[in-house]
Design a protein around this ligand. Sequence first.
Ligand SMILES: Cc1cc2nc3c(=O)[nH]c(=O)nc-3n(C[C@H](O)[C@H](O)[C@H](O)COP(=O)(O)O)c2cc1C
Length: 248
Amino acid sequence: MDTGKLYQSIFRRKSVRSYETSPLEASVTDKIASLIPGLKPLYDIRTDISIVPGDSIRGIFAIKAPHYLVFSSENTEGYLENAGFILQQMDLALSSMGLGSCWVGFARPSREIPVMEGMEFVIAMAFGKPMGSPYRESLSEFKRKPLEKIANALEDPFLEAARLAPSSTNSQPWYFIRSGNKVHVYCRSLNRLTGMFYEKFNRMDVGIACCHIWLAGLRHGKDPVFMKDRKSAQAIPGYEYILTVSGI
Ligand SMILES: Cc1cc2nc3c(=O)[nH]c(=O)nc-3n(C[C@H](O)[C@H](O)[C@H](O)COP(=O)(O)O)c2cc1C
C-alpha cells in the first residue's frame, strides 16, 4: 500500500454515485483484492472485506454500481472506528486508481453473501468506473466545517487532513483537542432518537478521520500511535471522548 498516494487522494477524492454498468476487468479487481491484506487496522479486531457484484447489495438507498466492498467484523469495543479506519484506506486507494467509490450506509448484502463465523456485516462501499471525474478540482469544492469549529487549533496539517474526511450525511461529528504532540479525538453525543440512526455511522466517521490523521502523520515523517488516554483528555460538553493520537 503506497500511503503517500493515499495521502494525496485526501485532497481531491469525492463520493461517486454514478457508475458505468460494465464490470471492471479481472486484472483490476485482482489488484484491488491484493490491497486488502495490507490494510492497517486501528485495533486488533478480526475483520473481513469481500468484493461482491453490485446486484448482490440490497436496500432502497443502495447505489447502482458494478461492484461493492462488503466489510464484516467481530462486534467488540472499537469495531466501528476500526471499520472506518480500514475501509477509508480502500476509498482512497480506489480514488488513486482513477476509480469511483462511495460509502453506503443504508444497504446490506443479500443472504447469498456469507458472513464469516463470529462476525457481522458492518458497512458496504460501492465502486467501479465513474461516470465523469472521481476528483474535485480544488479544495474549495469540499463542503466542510472550518478547522476552528472542529478543533482548538487554527492551523494544523494533521487536523486539516481529518477536516476533509468524508462522513455519513456529511455530519462531520468529530472534535479534536491538540495538546502538545497529542490529539484527543471526540465524537458528538446523540440523544436516543438520533442515536438510533447515527451512532453507528458517526463512530465509523471518526475512524475515517483518524485514518486521514494517520496518513498525514506518515507523510510528515511521524509515527502516529492510537491509544486510550482518557485521563489526560478534558471533557467537552456535547461530545464523547473516543481516543488519543500521540507522536504527531
Ligand atoms: C459511514 C458513511 C455512510 C455513508 N452512507 C451513504 C449512503 O448511504 N448514500 C450515499 O449516497 N452516500 C453515503 N455516504 C457518503 C457521504 O454522504 C459523503 O461522504 C459526504 O456527503 C461527504 O461528501 P464526499 O464524500 O463527496 O466528500 C456515506 C459516508 C459515510 C462515511
